[in-house]
Design a binder for this molecule. Structure first.
Ligand SMILES: C[S@@+](CC[C@H](N)C(=O)[O-])C[C@H]1O[C@@H](n2cnc3c(N)ncnc32)[C@H](O)[C@@H]1O
Length: 190
């Protein structure tokens, strides 16, 4: 959506990295299991922002494609990847109504929620492929103002995943955290 693009371009048009340079903690925590279970090396980073998770995955040997609506974020991500000597396929895309045309062994979706995209992500996974979703949930502890449409409800991510063909390998909700979060590691049926 055009308004999202403008909003995120403004956020990223500043010194430093809006969400920092470290990968998402859930991704670093699970990386050994991901490397062991992913059926191949093709990874897709959904709404990659300034690229912290794309870069981490490329450093772990994945061939990464990364999508985002913000060209400012993508430019920063590409510059950073270049400095690290990493080749990552960064592409500008509006993910609303988006169809993923290639196959991936791993899809990561951090801090971004488009409910209709989740079945599409599963469809784009190769058999036995892994899907990670980790995003903000509704909670009385949520401090900053958020569009309620982009917040997961308690139990919602689990219900969504139970409808998908595959297995939940890990699930947790942290409604009391500073940033209340729900997260899942899911494996598509082989
Ligand atoms: C909170 S940031 C998360 C960035 C990244 N996943 C991370 O955790 O570092 C949300 C991202 O979603 C992107 N975004 C928002 N709406 C979008 C849309 N319709 N299509 C593609 N990307 C979108 C923004 O540009 C922004 O980079």
């Amino acid at each position: 959506m055009k308004t999202d693009r403008i909003k995120w371009n403004q956020r990223y048009d500043a010194e430093g990295m809006y969400l920092g340079q470290r990968p998402s903690p859930f991704l670093s925590r699970e990386i050994k299991r991901i490397l062991r279970l992913a059926p191949g090396k093709r990874a897709l980073d959904i709404a990659c922002g300034e690229g912290r998770n794309s870069i981490f995955l490329a450093q772990q040997g994945f061939l990464v494609t990364a999508l985002d609506i913000s060209e400012v974020g993508l430019d920063k991500a590409a510059t950073w990847a270049g400095q690290e000597g990493l080749q990552i396929d960064f592409q500008q895309a509006d993910l609303e109504g988006y169809r993923i045309t290639e196959r991936f062994d791993l899809i990561v979706n951090f801090n971004f929620l488009l409910r209709d995209l989740i079945p599409e992500e599963l469809r784009a996974l190769s058999p036995g492929g892994l899907l990670i979703i980790d995003t903000i949930m509704e909670s009385p502890h949520l401090s900053a103002a958020h569009n309620p449409a982009y917040l997961l409800q308690a139990g919602e991510l689990r219900r969504i995943c139970e409808e998908l063909e595959g297995e939940i390998l890990f699930y947790e909700e942290l409604p009391g955290d500073e940033t209340p979060t729900a997260r899942v590691l899911f494996r598509k049926s082989a």
